[in-house]
Design a protein around this ligand. Structure first.
Ligand code: 6CS
Ligand code: FE
Length: 303
């Protein structure tokens, strides 16, 4: 029987101070390995900062087909009605489409691109599966921001993810510039767990995916970590990649420009870290948010 002890209490009635991370960041202990995609310096940087960014990881030509598909979804009225599609608060513009790898063969194949999969397997030191995928559109003028948060805090509390052995690959679809709400991360924040105050309402995701109020760290903890390591906002053209650890604090501002800031997110979880019942005590979230039906290991696709 697997250990289901809750090592990361959160969504509490009273504030509990942040505490140091229990899990390793790099799950394989031999950083000297050869013929692996990430160098020792890159592993050290991911270990220390909790993220790595790669300019033009995919070339812009191969991104064209993904961007074309993105535009088609924006015109698809049926897709806008599906439960996995989240609209901007009070608007008709798409904020996010969840489960994108389940509705698109092209995006599904990209989850198994060896350029991504081998890096992820190296860091998590195991086979992996997709816990969640999404496109965050952040349309021009209408795209609202995302409050500071740790994804793991949500995935632990609301999806029953036991340990910190998961990471996100965020692929830039439309240029992330200085002003259109690029992803912001707090370096080193993944080394601490910040328990959050406030019980999780049933079906919280129906609100939190539009505007998160539960599971947002307190400002004194945020201030402490910002003063310690500042904030970074990797910019880049379509095809650039930000790979960030499940517990790295991140957020983004609203988009006040005419240029959309659309990013694709694949969340890889170790097959040794599959979900328990949600630690917050609520019923499990839908499969388009937290995979429970298929935990089979992803096999790299032939390029
Ligand atoms: O609830 C979730 O799973 C989503 N919420 C945020 C703010 N980031 C991770 C994920 O997309
Ligand atoms: Fe997030």
């Amino acid at each position: 029987m697997r250990d289901t002890q809750d090592l990361f209490p959160t969504r509490l009635e009273r504030k509990l101070g942040m505490f140091e991370r229990i899990d390793p960041v790099i799950h394989c202990n031999d950083k000297q390995r050869t013929n692996v995609p990430l160098s020792k310096d890159e592993l050290d940087e991911f270990d220390e900062k909790g993220f790595l960014s790669f300019e033009s990881f995919f070339d812009q030509e191969e991104m064209q087909a993904f961007i074309q598909e993105l535009r088609e979804y924006e015109e698809d009225e049926d897709l806008k009605l599906s439960e996995g599609t989240i609209l901007e608060p009070g608007k008709q513009e798409i904020r996010s489409i969840f489960g994108i790898h389940q509705i698109s063969d092209r995006f599904s194949r990209l989850t198994r691109d060896p350029r991504l999969l081998t890096m992820v397997q190296q860091i998590l030191c195991s086979d992996v599966y997709i816990h969640q995928s999404r496109i965050n559109y952040k349309p021009g003028f209408k795209g609202k921001g995302f409050d500071w948060h740790s994804d793991f805090e949500t995935w632990h509390s609301e999806d029953g993810m036991p340990r910190m052995r998961s990471l996100s690959c965020s692929i830039i679809l439309t240029e992330n510039g200085e002003f259109n709400g690029p992803l912001m991360l707090i370096p080193g924040s993944h080394k601490y767990f910040i328990p959050c105050v406030g019980r999780t309402p049933e079906d919280n995701y129906k609100e939190s995916l539009k505007s998160q109020s539960i599971g947002v760290p307190d400002t004194s903890s945020l201030k402490q970590l910002m003063l310690k390591n500042d904030i970074e906002a990797p910019k880049g053209a379509s095809g650039s990649l930000v790979m960030f650890e499940c517990n790295t604090l991140h957020g983004s501002n609203m988009n006040m420009t005419c240029w959309p800031r659309s990013n694709l997110f694949f969340v890889y979880n170790s097959v040794d870290n599959t979900l328990h019942s949600p630690y917050c005590g609520n019923k499990p979230r839908p499969d388009f948010l937290a995979a429970r039906k298929d935990w089979s290991p992803l096999k790299p696709k032939k390029r």
